[in-house]
Design a protein around this ligand. Structure first.
Ligand code: ADP
Length: 424
């Protein structure tokens, strides 16, 4: 199998988001967690290979070396085109890491131009005249303005990217996109003639993304949120490089017990937890109690539940409660205690016969997946835009995992997730 698209994602749930949108095509999508340790035989490869890294907020040099290593792995396995996936809210600072990584990947691939399109219209992220919107709000007026690690205080992608890169930044605006793929291609060439290496591209609807993906089909590297990749399977099929009816992914039946583990405190997750509370046996984790007494009581609670019964274990809390715990324990320790507790509970749940896991929270998902020792996932049906069921094997047994980043999904996400799995 040839890798038609080798993607590198800067965080874990961002990778599952991208994987879910590519898997809409029905084609096999493989998601590897962290840099693969060894080479994969050719018949083990999928046409869409995604490597999930954790490099959104690490030091620039670290992000560059992680992504370069991922690119080398994908290139060594024959990847024909590359994708640098970051958040649809362009989470970054003046130092990076979006721009420096792009420039490092461009240098490695010997290409002088790439494009940037974090739009995800289905989830309310759009770009107009180079400004990024979240719903109807400019990025800098959205809740992202207060993000603890990457506060976004401007909405102009040109101004945000400019300080991050050495090369020149330019714009292909909506008017160019609206004229179609050939006109947009000409605009890219025109910008290249002006020495523009980094092209921000407007997109307000899925049709725009289709035009942009087509116009940049020959680019060795494109960069963006997840949605720009969505048109690629159909474009590869049209070019005769992929059969959409050929090898389709078929999800294995996963019938063991079920659990929801939530370590996300995002607004949507709080609503999802409240919605599911009346529908499942529930246990709330308190970081202060975990600090004082460890995980014994939670493990005892879990062992007294039947594996098949709907269960929810959550640390999800309102901002004041999170702040209070962080003031007492420190931000890092509070987060770490919960992530480690949920990871330990996931492992115990597996031992008790649970095989279907829904996990809320990006960091939380990373902690749970690594505790379960899962390093490669096959990607199945989406539950909500950007959140697919994924499948792995643990100790020879199939396991299904839905890994949801904080703000994704609707209120009924947790029950919907199991319905989608059953309707497989
Ligand atoms: P999201 O995708 O919503 O950002 P994450 O799992 O990435 O969710 O991040 C949430 C962080 O908050 C995790 O580190 C988690 O351990 C921590 N956390 C969860 N609940 C609490 C709480 N009650 N008090 C303090 N920190 C918490």
């Amino acid at each position: 199998m040839t890798i038609l698209l080798g993607a590198i994602a800067d965080d874990f749930t961002g990778a599952t988001d991208l994987a879910g949108l590519l898997a809409r095509s029905g084609c096999p999508v493989s998601l590897r967690i962290g840099l693969p340790e060894k080479d994969e035989p050719r018949d083990g490869l999928a046409p869409f290979e995604i490597i999930a890294l954790k490099c959104r907020t690490v030091a620039v040099d670290d992000a560059v070396s992680q992504t370069r290593a991922a690119l080398d792995w994908l290139a060594r396995h024959g990847a024909q085109k590359f994708y640098w996936k970051y958040c649809s809210t362009f989470d970054s600072t003046d130092r990076g890491n979006i721009g420096p990584v792009s420039e490092a990947l461009m240098a490695a691939l010997g290409t002088g131009q790439t494009l940037y399109c974090p739009a995800f219209p289905e989830n309310g992220r759009s770009i107009f005249m180079g400004h990024l919107f979240v719903g109807q709000d400019r990025l800098d007026e959205s809740p992202m303005k207060d993000h603890p690690l990457t506060p976004m205080r401007d909405s102009s992608l040109l101004r945000l990217l400019g300080p991050q890169v050495k090369g020149k930044v330019g714009l292909a605006n909506r008017l160019s996109v609206a004229r179609g793929a050939d006109a947009l291609k000409a605009r890219f060439a025109e910008l290249k003639g002006q020495g523009i290496a980094h092209v921000i591209v407007d997109a307000v609807a899925d049709e725009d993304l289709a035009t942009i993906a087509e116009a940049s089909l020959d680019f060795p590297l494109i960069t963006g949120g997840s949605a720009l990749a969505m048109p690629l399977p159909a474009l590869f099929a049209r070019a005769g490089r992929l059969s959409l009816t050929g090898q389709r992914f078929s999800a294995p039946p996963v019938t063991g017990g079920q659990i929801v583990l939530s370590g996300s405190c995002s607004a949507m997750t709080r609503r999802q937890v409240a919605h599911y509370e009346g529908r499942a046996a529930c246990l709330r984790l308190d970081p202060l109690l975990l600090d004082a007494e460890g995980t014994g009581a939670a493990l005892f609670w879990l062992r007294s539940q039947s594996p098949d019964q709907p269960k929810l274990i959550y640390a999800t809390a309102e901002p004041e409660a999170v702040r209070a715990a962080q003031d007492r324990l420190g931000v890092e320790r509070a987060g770490h205690l919960i992530e480690q507790a949920l990871a330990e509970l996931a492992l115990e749940a597996f031992r008790l016969g649970v095989r279907r896991f829904v996990v809320a929270g990006g960091e939380t998902s990373g902690a749970v997946a690594s505790a379960l020792g899962v390093s490669r996932l096959s990607v199945g049906r989406e539950i909500a835009p950007g959140v697919p069921w994924t499948y792995a094997r643990k100790d020879g047994e199939p396991v299904a995992l839905a890994l949801k980043s904080g703000n994704f999904g609707t209120e009924a996400f947790f029950s919907d997730a199991f319905d989608v799995l059953e309707a497989r």
